[in-house]
Design a protein around this ligand. Structure first.
Ligand SMILES: Nc1nc2c(ncn2[C@@H]2O[C@H](COP(=O)(O)OP(=O)(O)O)[C@@H](O)[C@H]2O)c(=O)[nH]1
Ligand SMILES: [Mg+2]
Length: 312
């Protein structure tokens, strides 16, 4: 069951232009004019993949598997090679299960979504977009503003809540974030909200501090709802390439991440990092951000993502 009607292939394709230039256009140049692709050319393709943000291990793995699958295939045309590489890239996401998100939400209302990630990755923007998507899907949404650290955070989130047309719970700057989370959830239970989105501050000066803050939020949430949060989404900025991978690794150590959201894939050549993070972390990629607008969040679909990158 598709929860959101937020997919637009041409917009996705446009957003991934630089990534496509970096990965596919160079591969296409390498294979063009060659009737048969030999192993030397495959090694060149491997190098292109390595220098894109797909990462060394993932790239060598893909080419190895491509070589194996081509052994039983007489067709060594460029087109077939590209098709095989595409298939291998899609298979990186095989670990992701079709979610049945709607059923999950229906089973545990209010459904609590905690959004974490370092400063500037796009948490607040993504919460605004998610709120809009859930609202459009007919759900009653409230946002809890647990980024009480920055003065401007409340105002920014308030603007997004208004855009999305959803409720928001805010407290003074400096309030304990977990008390905002607590009150938001209590209100959500009392007033029968379906979805609670909790924004957090992205202070990562040190791991133990982050762990403490996140685990306190969880502890406090658990007092109201034992199974909450139902989801913890980690937001990563696609623009940061390798660094996004490091963040995914670090956050996974301190909290149970149930899904990734990779933002700012528009206008970056580093979109290949989505493959690398998935291959390494095996955490489902739930959404991708391809712009600053309220409609610029798409549910991640492996086939369409690869197709959009390779569709020249
Ligand atoms: N181009 C682009 N910009 C984005 C996207 N997501 C967020 N941003 C921008 O990234 C900046 C930081 O976002 P914000 O939500 O404040 O990050 P936070 O600190 O994690 O809450 C803002 O200028 C957003 O407009 C995206 O998918 N594409
Ligand atoms: Mg924020």
């Amino acid at each position: 069951m598709v929860m959101f009607n937020n997919f637009n292939f041409s917009k996705l394709k446009e957003g991934l232009t630089k990534t496509r230039d970096k990965i596919v256009n160079t591969i296409t140049e390498t294979i063009s004019g060659k009737a048969v692709i030999d192993d030397k050319t495959l090694d060149e393709i491997e190098e292109i993949l390595i220098t894109s943000d797909i990462g060394y291990d993932t790239a060598t793995n893909i080419i190895e598997r491509t070589k194996i699958s081509l052994k039983s295939d007489k067709d060594r045309s460029g087109l077939n090679i590209l098709g095989t590489v595409k298939k291998e890239l899609i298979s990186i996401f095989d670990y992701m299960q079709i979610d049945g998100e709607e059923e999950k939400i229906n089973k545990s209302k209010p459904y609590i979504i905690l959004v974490v990630g370092i400063n500037g990755v796009g948490k607040t923007t993504t919460i605004g977009k998610l709120a809009h998507n859930y609202k459009k899907a007919g759900l009653k949404v409230i946002i809890g503003s647990a980024d009480t650290f920055r003065a401007a955070a409340n105002e920014q989130l308030d603007i997004w809540a208004q855009r999305a047309g959803v409720e928001i719970m805010q407290k003074k700057q400096g309030t304990d974030p977990s008390s905002v989370a607590f009150d938001t959830i209590r209100k959500a239970i009392k007033e029968k909200y379906d979805i609670v989105l909790i924004d957090t501050a992205g202070r990562l000066h040190n791991k133990s501090y982050l762990m403490e803050e996140l685990s306190k939020i969880k502890r406090v949430i658990n007092k109201v709802l034992p199974n909450a949060p139902n989801e913890t989404f980690l937001v990563l900025d696609g623009n940061t390439g390798q660094n996004a991978l490091v963040q995914a690794t670090e956050f996974s150590k301190v909290t149970d991440i149930t899904g990734l959201i990779v933002t700012k894939l528009d206008g970056t050549a580093k979109g290949g990092v989505v493959f690398q993070i998935s291959a390494k972390q095996k955490i489902p990629v739930k959404y991708i951000g391809i712009g600053e607008g309220i409609d610029d969040l798409q549910t991640f679909n492996p086939e369409q993502f690869v197709k959009a990158i390779f569709d020249i």
